[in-house]
Design a binder for this molecule. Structure first.
Ligand code: UN1
Length: 476
């Protein structure tokens, strides 16, 4: 059995309490024991980060490049092993786990390059003989709170830019997936990054989360998780004028028009709705399909979804792994009952499956209306619906009729509709003939309305969040 300690101010510690890390594909498989930090330990990590950041803020672009590049190189070299650990503790299929580990490595490589490219601006003043320059400076200590569904990619896409722009990091990863966060911390601890610049403080959110969020030495919080927790994080940050960035839920529409290539549409919808067991905030949970293609689409989707192989995440034949835990599985099954009670037709799936893990057959509903709870509330599981629309205009209106606005997709062969949809759908990301989920690592990520708050993550836009701008005036 492995221990997954915390890294507090450069020291590894199991602390006084720990929790088992259980494999959702096989609950008899206890992967290890994970340290559960106390409020005091969180405080220690923040104080150490505050001290260490002072020197890190003065580090050269070359030093930052070297550290980030070393982290990326090791992650990429070990992506199979890291992907296996990830799939074992989170339950996404092995190819998805390895793909996610690779993505984490590429994120560090990207920000290694960005460390060399951080530019300011210089303008002539409106006053004669004066010049003005603007430069980006670090914020200080940044608190990162990450969810269980991307156990290495999300910690990577918050940590890499934070370090790149001269901040210190205290990461609190989700308790369900301590192994991947520990593996990342282990790699970071050997990268040449000075002690204390990065700390991993895993523990109970309710106990250590408020210490991080309320701490006067934490300048900013980047959070990915539920709307409910996001709201309380934002409220707490506002009181202390703390910078905050939230990535929360989605109820992402995928519009399928009469002129779509049926095979492309079904491929995008199966992947978008059900891969990673539907546990993505970018999942295509509402398929909005126009009348002319509706019957063919429903028949082809039902066939494709029924054929998906559910099983142990690390089994080579598995396409859909388990749900993360018992509580989430119960929630998913409850939504299946809610949808049935609302009058939706269950085309396939929606049942708990035998096995030692949290397995469920992917549920596809037809004959749904957009105002049903199943189409308004995020399930975060392998449950998706089909809504019939008269034409493109109605489909677009339904797509926008939601409190969320993360990602939106359209399957069409028409340039006219694709162009109109990109301009008029209310979402932070738009996909044409592609799943709503599965994003690149070098471009901005984030949404509108109830899905996101604050500036974008990833790509060059990450600098908006992880830096503050200083404007200097000089008279020669
Ligand atoms: C993706 O779809 O590739 O929690 C990423 C989530 C998102 C990440 C999705 N923050 O599901």
């Amino acid at each position: 059995m492995t221990n997954f300690p915390n890294l507090i101010g450069g020291e590894w510690t199991m602390g006084t309490q720990s929790v088992p890390n259980v494999n959702p594909s096989d609950t008899a498989d206890v992967i290890g024991q994970a340290a559960r930090a106390t409020a005091d330990e969180m405080d220690q990590a923040i104080n150490a980060a505050h001290e260490a950041q002072k020197d890190w803020a003065k580090s050269t672009p070359q030093q930052r490049f070297d550290v980030l590049d070393a982290i990326g190189t090791e992650i990429l070299a070990r992506k199979e092993e890291l992907g296996d650990l990830l799939s074992r503790e989170e339950g996404k299929s092995l190819p998805e786990g390895i793909g996610e580990a690779a993505r984490a490595g590429q994120i560090f490589k990207f920000f290694a390059g960005e460390a060399l490219r951080l530019a300011g601006e210089r303008l002539d003043s409106v006053r004669p003989g004066v010049e003005v320059d603007m430069r980006r400076e670090p914020l200080g200590v940044v608190g990162l709170i990450t969810p269980w569904n991307f156990p290495i990619a999300i910690p990577a896409w918050k940590t890499a830019p934070a370090i790149c722009y001269g901040n210190a990091v205290v990461l609190k990863a989700a308790e369900a997936v301590p192994g991947s966060a520990w593996a990342l911390a282990d790699i970071i601890s050997r990268s040449g990054l000075p002690k204390g610049v990065f700390s991993l403080v895993n523990g109970r959110g309710s106990e250590i989360g408020p210490v991080m969020i309320d701490h006067p030495k934490v300048a900013a919080i980047s959070f990915t998780g539920s709307v409910q927790t996001g709201r309380s994080v934002a409220q707490a940050c506002a009181v202390n004028f703390k910078k905050v960035q939230l990535e929360m839920g989605g109820k992402n529409p995928m519009v399928v028009l009469d002129d779509a290539d049926l095979e492309v549409a079904v491929g995008a919808c199966v992947n978008g709705a059900f891969f990673s067991t539907g546990q993505r905030c970018t999942a295509s949970s509402r398929m909005i399909v126009t009348e002319g293609i509706y019957d063919d689409f429903v028949a082809a989707m039902t066939k494709a979804v029924s054929a998906l192989k559910v099983g142990d995440a690390r089994d080579a034949s598995t396409q859909i792994g388990p749900v993360i835990d018992e509580r989430q599985l119960e929630k998913d099954l409850e939504y299946v009952e809610i949808a049935k009670a609302e009058g939706a037709t269950l085309a396939c799936g929606g049942e708990r499956l035998d096995g030692n893990g949290y397995f469920m057959s992917p549920a596809l509903f037809t004959d749904t209306r957009n105002d049903m709870r199943i189409n308004q509330e995020e399930v975060f599981g392998p449950v998706a619906t089909i809504i019939k629309a008269k034409d493109y205009d109605e489909a677009l209106a339904l797509a926008n009729d939601t409190e969320f606005g993360l990602s939106a997709g359209i399957c069409t062969t028409s340039l006219k509709y694709a162009t109109h949809f990109k301009a008029n759908v209310k979402a932070g990301m738009v996909m044409v003939n592609l799943p709503t989920a599965g994003v690149d690592y070098h471009v901005p990520f984030g949404g509108t309305k109830g899905s996101s708050y604050g500036s974008r993550e990833q790509g060059r836009y990450a600098a908006e969040f992880y830096t503050t701008v200083k404007t200097s005036y000089t008279q020669a």
